[in-house]
Design a protein around this ligand. Structure first.
Ligand SMILES: C[S@@+](CC[C@H](N)C(=O)[O-])C[C@H]1O[C@@H](n2cnc3c(N)ncnc32)[C@H](O)[C@@H]1O
Length: 391
């Protein structure tokens, strides 16, 4: 989430400079090993997840006030309590929750607490997390819960071997998947990546790999308006396989995906000439992924039409698509604010709700998608708005 603008990020500490230099040396070696050029997708994968060096693999604070960005569950438990309200409908028939990329573990803790209050606890809450550093933090957060809740939580190394019934959750995970970047020349994409110049990493365009070229040919034929030469954007080719593998384990229930993103026609709008890539460092936002390596987050907005297509291909139904604001209003955020015991607590909750709901904050840019299989649970989160026609 963007919490401030791009001006005047604080300088890196000596430790961060050393980290950044170590990752830069690692990337330079990868560029040489790759014959002098590395796709942006591979660059982003290493910058975020290279063992011991990538942003998510290493030990910086990352999420929260002392880190680089704030996510909705970190901002307020109101968000997770609303998520729990939608989960409770699916869990009426029993089942479990599987959360991908659980960050600090705060959403898992708050969802479990709320489901206990609603009498709809899942028999298991599984977390699949790629960052060992964050998994450790999740264990500390979950360890502070009462034992009857904490003992339901398990950490998985890979997708469950047996199918699950219940809910799959992912908040701001799809935006963290490495994406391809391209620049259009005469209507066709040239793939952006990194090369070395004078020992420094520099951005360089190369002929697009077949997978990117073919996918762009398919997508661009669907767009309402042609895009100009020099247009830069992203395609996350990993999103489809990610959705398919998550869908594979869902026997009955709902996948709830939260992320900032757009339907295809808006994502590739002629005016969005520089794409959606954003970097987050100490609550400053900018669009240069080649600085602060290993100590800044790199994300791209989610193209939700791709997510929906992949879900349908995997046999899921796109049961809902709405803004975060509509989802939270539908699942009772106003009631939760009103229920606060005293005036100060109500004022605090109202302030948090404003940040979650307002269009200039997280209310509009963030979307929620519900993907279901053999599930006719009520959908309060999608009762107020149906944006599926925009996909
Ligand atoms: C932007 S953070 C969001 C964290 C948390 N969901 C929140 O809202 O605070 C992205 C999270 O996704 C995790 N992640 C990235 N790729 C993943 C994958 N393929 N499977 C599971 N987790 C992943 C990261 O390690 C991190 O925990």
């Amino acid at each position: 989430m963007r919490t401030a603008d791009s001006i005047m990020a604080p300088p890196l500490s000596a430790e961060e400079v050393a980290h950044c230099e170590a990752l830069t040396a690692h990337l330079a070696a990868e560029v040489r090993a790759g014959g002098g050029w590395l796709s942006f997708e591979r660059f982003m994968a290493l910058a975020l997840y290279a063992p011991g060096l990538g942003y998510y693999s290493a030990g910086s604070v990352k999420i929260g006030a002392g880190g680089d960005f704030v996510t909705a569950p970190q901002l307020s438990d109101l968000f997770s309590r609303c998520v729990a309200a939608q989960c409770a409908e699916v869990l009426a028939e029993g089942g479990e929750i599987l959360e991908f990329g659980a960050g600090t573990g705060r959403m898992a803790a708050a969802v479990l607490t709320e489901l206990a209050a609603l009498g709809r606890l899942p028999h298991r809450y599984a977390i699949l997390e790629v960052s060992a550093d964050l998994a450790q933090r999740q264990r500390r957060c979950i360890g502070a819960l009462p034992a009857p809740l904490a003992e339901r939580v398990v950490w998985l190394e890979r997708l469950p071997q047996r199918p699950i019934q219940g809910v799959i959750l992912a908040n701001e995970v799809l935006d963290a998947l490495p994406c391809r970047r391209f620049v259009l020349e005469a209507g066709t994409p040239r793939e952006l990546g990194v090369a070395l110049s004078g020992g420094r990493l520099v951005e360089r365009a190369a002929p697009a790999e077949a997978a990117l070229a073919q996918e762009w040919a398919r997508l661009s034929a669907q767009l309402p308006a042609p895009l100009a030469d020099g247009y830069v954007s992203e395609i996350c080719l990993q999103a489809g396989p990610w959705v398919a593998s998550a869908a594979d384990v869902l026997e009955r229930g709902m996948m709830l995906l939260f992320d900032y993103g757009l339907p295809r026609a808006h994502y590739y709008h002629p005016q969005r000439v520089a794409g959606t890539l954003r970097c987050h460092y100490k609550h400053r936002v900018h669009d240069d992924p080649y600085v602060n390596l290993g100590v800044q987050d790199i994300t791209a907005w989610v193209e939700f039409t791709r997510v929906a297509e992949s879900a349908v291909d995997a046999g899921l139904e796109v049961a809902g698509f709405a803004t975060q604001a509509a989802f939270l209003l539908g699942t009772g955020i106003e009631r939760l604010v009103g229920e606060a015991g005293d005036v100060l607590e109500r004022a605090r909750r109202a302030g948090e709700a404003r940040r979650l709901l307002l269009p200039g904050e997280m209310g509009e840019a963030f979307k929620v998608m519900a993907l279901t299989r053999a599930c006719d649970a009520p959908l309060p989160g999608f009762a107020l708005q149906d944006l599926r026609d925009s996909l």
